[in-house]
Design a protein around this ligand. Structure first.
Ligand code: PGA
Length: 239
């Protein structure tokens, strides 16, 4: 399978013009761009090579949900992937239970979920239990054939300046192995990726690890030249 390069723009940029410009500059083969909801429509129109993702989703349970966006609305907007359970959303109070419902909402609309899991502290001895719970809660009860991307994003490695906190590849290797084992209890073929302070200098050290099928990029996805270098490296890995 081709390796994935997923851009999580978070709450950026501040204008539609800048968003469309960034989309044009990073509209590359193998890339999935996840802009803020407000730009989905215009980014969809701008992309020729990259695919469209969203950063969150909400439930269609017949109840009123002010401010939220449903799976049906995302599908209609051309969204093919959606990030679910990013640590920045979990920090706002999103529970494993809600994440599991969001995952199911995405799947039933035919949108492929990118489930984020990851522990809060570096080398924390309870990390494994923490991640086990995140995975079991999110994936249990699913059809084994579901195609889900599981992004290992240790919270301590996210958004560090110039990649300073990026996780050590040996540590990532160990955790990815566990995540694959845990995920396979629920689904046949989890696609496992890494995220956290990735850039063009360190991406290959993760892509070269057994079981790592791509990376989820935050800050650097806003720097088009640097991100394009990452896309080049992904392309070489896919040859
Ligand atoms: P980062 O963000 O690349 O800026 O660390 C990754 C993420 O939050 O998905």
């Amino acid at each position: 399978m081709n390796k994935l390069l997923i851009a999580n723009w978070k709450m950026n940029p501040d204008s539609e013009e800048a968003a469309v410009g960034l989309a044009h500059a990073t509209d590359l083969e193998g890339v999935i761009i996840c802009p803020p909801f407000i730009y989905l429509e215009s980014i969809r129109g701008a992309l020729k090579n990259a695919q469209l993702g969203a950063q969150d989703i909400f439930l269609s349970d017949g109840k009123p949900h002010t401010g939220e966006v449903s799976a049906a609305q995302l599908k209609e907007a051309g969204v093919e992937y959606v990030i679910v359970g990013h640590s920045e959303r979990r920090a706002l109070g999103e529970t494993n239970e809600l994440i599991s419902l969001k995952l199911k909402a995405a799947l039933s609309a035919g949108i492929r979920p990118i489930l984020c899991v990851g522990e809060g502290d570096r080398e924390d001895p309870t990390s494994e239990e923490f991640i086990t719970e995140e995975i079991n809660n999110a994936l249990s009860g699913l059809d084994k054939k579901e195609e889900i991307i599981v992004a290992y994003e240790p919270i301590w490695a996210i958004s560090s300046n110039e990649g300073a906190n990026a996780a050590d590849p040996d540590y990532v290797k160990k955790m990815i192995k566990k995540i694959i084992r845990l995920s396979r209890k629920h689904i046949h073929h989890p696609t496992v990726i890494y995220g956290g302070s990735t850039n063009s200098a360190n991406i290959q050290s993760y892509l070269g690890l057994d079981g790592v099928e791509g990376v989820l990029v935050g800050s650097v996805s806003l720097q088009s030249a640097e991100f394009a270098k990452m896309a080049e490296i992904i392309k070489k890995n896919n040859k």
